[in-house]
Design a protein around this ligand. Sequence first.
Ligand code: LLP
Length: 844
Amino acid sequence: MNNWIVIKFGGTSVSGSDQWQQILSIIDKHHKSGYKVMLVHSAFSGLTNALELLLTGDEKQMSFIHNRVFDMANLFSINHEIVNQALNKLNTLTAHKNINPHQEAGILSWGEWVTHEICVEYLKRSININSFDPTQVLIASTTDKRNKRSQVLSAKCDVTHNQSLNEQLSQNLYMMPGFVAKDSDGNSVVLGRGGSDTSAAYIASLLNAHKLEIWTDVHGIFSANPRANPNARLLLHLAYQEAREIAASGGAVLHPRCILPLEQGNIPLHIKNTQSPNSPGTVLSHDYQATKPMVYAINTRHQVTLVSLESINMWHQAGFLGDMFNIFKSLGLSVDLISTSQTNVTLSLDKADNSIDDEILQQLSTRLKQMGTVEVIKNCSAVTLVGYRIRAMADKIAPVISTFADQRIYITTQSSNDLNQTFVVDEDQADKLGRALHEVLIPKDDTVANFGPSWQQLQQQKDKQAPPIIPWWHTASDKLLTIASNQSPCYVYDLETITTQVNKLQSLTAVDKIHYACKANSHPEILQHIHDLGVSMETVSPQEIERVTACCGESTKENILFTPNFAPKQEYIDAIDQGILVTIDNPYILYQWAEIFADQEVMLRLDPGHGSGHHRYVRTAGEQSKFGIPANELDAISVQCKKHNIKVKGLHAHSGSGILDHENWKRIVDYLGSCLPLFPTATVLNIGGGLGIKENPGDTGLDFEAFNKILEDFKSQHPNINIWIEPGRFIVAHSGVLLAKVTQTKWKGQQGYIGLDTGMNSLIRPALYGAWHNIANLSKLSKRAEYTANIVGPMCETGDILGIDRKMPKTEEGDVILIANTGAYGSSMSSNYNLRAPAKNIIL
Ligand code: LLP
């Protein structure tokens, strides 16, 4: 038996001293069982992202990188000299004018190397650990046929068991950085994002290890992405081939490339959760092989680019496809999926496998145009079913696909080995399609041993101590039924829930002032209630200002924020006349209308460069969004403000809505913080709203502790800066439900429909963003679900859907249907479409 175990930890796991204690106890356990350990680690969390952004020319990242590594050095009590030397090296690496791919790889590797130096230094104090340089043995393959960028920035290595390495490594414990490698000429290359898993697999193969353990912050491989579908189930065992299909189709836990070396060396892989070390996790080995038709996982890959070539010349023409593929080959582009008809070929390029930029796409189009009409379709997603003998499950798949018939399904492909089937759709349809397929294809019980608990169940186990969260409307159901009996359709709100949410925000010790983004819901009593809880208001139109002052009093004006976007000049003049603090989000205003703002205090809304949020329409930063002042204009703006004595009170950024990852606000404070030197009068950072909510009881919501810590850390370095936030959804979403009565039911083939007396005129979110809201039959709350149906409204639009494929009890005309979590952006986005009045608002 071989006596090596390779363990791999990601960036979050190596970024805290508590986490290191856990890593040490895992090492100790393996040592006690007689194994030698090779520890592979990634860069401290956030570093590689920052280095990538730095490479795009975003020089502000340098201060983030400085702060991050000094924070880590302080945390681990490491001499600053190590960090200073590493930073000098980074400065040298980035000093070149035209950076070539090898230099790029050198810069990207810097995060791993600095992490390595700090961690080795820290660990040496408590354990006998040896540093190992993987670039001695991880050498990029010389037979790689992809383009140069891919060869260097997403390199592949050839590895087999290397006995002499075993002999060279005579100690019990080694540690090496992941991601980094060299080419045969000794130049830097990297293994691509997520490449540390691949490093670990390569080294496990070279050492012929007993097993590889990848420790991560998830439980293992799931049947779908749990963030998009909380019903996703943990897969306990997988054959390598199935795992490879899952990883290649977007199962984010593993990098697809890491599986092959393990499979070839027959080395089992255990995926384990650092936060729950005794959970079973997922095991990959040769031991498990499926025997009957089954779908294991439904995955989605975003950022797929399609290329479609239309030409009648391809009909009966020998060599047409060959010529076409030669063009892709010569540009080093690897083709993923393909579908052909007599006059059209459509194929997909997967971003993960290709370094696709606009220049390459332009070259591709120009050359393909000589063969026919070319269309490049960006922002698609591939939804893939992975399993065994999938064709045998067509009877279950077909009805789901037919409900998507009105959406464009650009490509459908099936692998010849019958292990996968893929549908390429527009990015915003993908999660919806994935959920619908999961519902019909993945077992819900324990009849198939391979399926472990669902993500939702695991979350509930984690929250076992906490009381079950029963939504307020459950306990108020009798009252709601009475209201609905004569007032349907109507929104009903519970003010207590708003109080609870505001209290949660008020517990954030690092936040100095809370504003409510009243666009989320501007019902007068709701505004008044929020105001009475001590919250200020954020507005975006003169009408909102008028509403707020009418409900909360003229004196609130001194605390109102006005954050317009592309609004007429007069609106800015009027707001300033009323003494309201205006946020400027366009350089145009400061140059063309400077006289309005001379001698005034203003906020500046900056574009932090990266948007987030539940749908692309609600991501409000980055080049594709119309909001905010771009980074490259800030120097000039700082001069313009001084020239006209425009006093910049603070900087603002709002990067999107429905965000559950606290790192979003770290990026924001770090970015805004790095801009402060240009605006010396600024004393405030308004970090926007966008705080996401739990849609399901099992969902993990925003980690408030981590969120607060990010802000506290920032404030400890900037003690004179006040932090403001301006959430909308977080305050009101859970407080509201939409009640509607069933008008009619219908069956069309296998598809059930439940029609309501209101639809997209009251709640447009499902139609506009594919938003998911919990739907219950309030009249039959205790009855078991019997069938699935689409919940639809009475409007003349196929998109008039409130929920797709919902499990419902037997439902009849007159039943009251409740649509949950609709307190935010429900009523405030409603309309009179078809001249049907939207649901009225009732406060409990
Ligand atoms: N601040 C600014 C500058 C904003 O633009 C917004 C929302 C907020 C704060 C509040 O964001 P919240 O905390 O509510 O996420 N209709 C979409 C949401 C659009 C949000 C627009 N701006 C939806 O239904 O999801």
